[in-house]
Design a protein around this ligand. Structure first.
Ligand code: ATP
Length: 221
């Protein structure tokens, strides 16, 4: 479902551009579970941003569901992003003045899903992540592990094919981290493709495919 061919990315930096991703080739199938590990500054988040269609490729090809994203306009890429991709971040990125249910509903509001349909979908995913009874709580009233569950519910409510997670356990204690790993893995077992950038050795090791990034060069173990 995802193919990267000879992908390159540079960032402007002083006199000489910084070559952040170097000739990346990668094929990801539906249902894969892939961890991306490597030293700080090696390009892991940049790669995840490219896969998430959040930034433009300078050179090479990125095919998503047989579609050439490298030839698309920003608008086309945004449409593809909202159809197929869900995102999870280390710092959850929830809106504090909205309840858990309202945070989860946001992508559906943006997609103009009617309210009654929206409510049913939100209820369904909140129950999947075990937080139905906290639906009306605001982020300030929830623990770190619960916040990440809300973020996961928000990521899956649009029924994406791929979840891109950047350090999903990075702000959690060990027990909550375990819970989040198990939740993501159970979603993967139901067919969701899972791509995770992590420094968490446990998660890194448990992934079915282990990819390592060093100085912009990717290798698979
Ligand atoms: N928007 C940007 N503009 C310029 N340079 C950037 C930008 N984003 C990242 N970089 C640089 O690109 C390199 C790769 O950064 P990236 O965030 O992808 O690394 P990482 O492997 O995810 O690191 P970490 O594990 O610390 O999060 C770093 O040298 C970083 O300073």
């Amino acid at each position: 479902m995802i193919t990267l061919k000879q992908l390159n990315k540079w960032y402007p930096s002083g006199e000489e551009p910084l070559h952040v991703l170097k000739d990346i080739n990668l094929t990801i199938a539906q249902g894969d579970y892939l961890s991306i590990m490597g030293p700080s500054g090696s390009g892991k988040s940049t790669l995840l941003n490219m896969l998430g269609l959040l930034d433009v490729i300078d050179e090479g090809e990125y095919w998503l569901e047989d579609q050439p994203t490298h030839q698309m306009t920003e608008e086309q890429r945004a449409r593809l992003r909202s159809q197929h991709l869900g995102f999870i971040f280390q710092n959850f990125q929830l809106i504090n003045r909205l309840s858990a249910a309202e945070n989860v509903a946001l992508p559906l509001v943006l997609a103009e899903v009617p309210k009654d349909q929206r409510d049913a979908m939100v209820k369904d995913v909140l129950s999947k992540v075990g937080l139905l009874e906290r639906a009306h709580h605001r982020p300030g009233q929830l623990s770190g592990g619960q916040l990440q569950r809300v973020a996961i519910a928000r990521a899956i409510v649009t029924q994406p094919k791929v979840i891109l997670a950047d350090e999903p356990t990075g702000n959690l204690d060990q027990t909550s981290g375990h819970d989040i790993i198990h939740l993501l893995e159970s979603l993967n077992q139901q067919g969701l493709t899972l791509l995770v950038v992590t420094h968490d050795m446990e998660m890194g090791k448990r992934a079915l495919r282990k990819v390592r990034m060093v100085d912009g060069v990717l290798s698979e173990q």
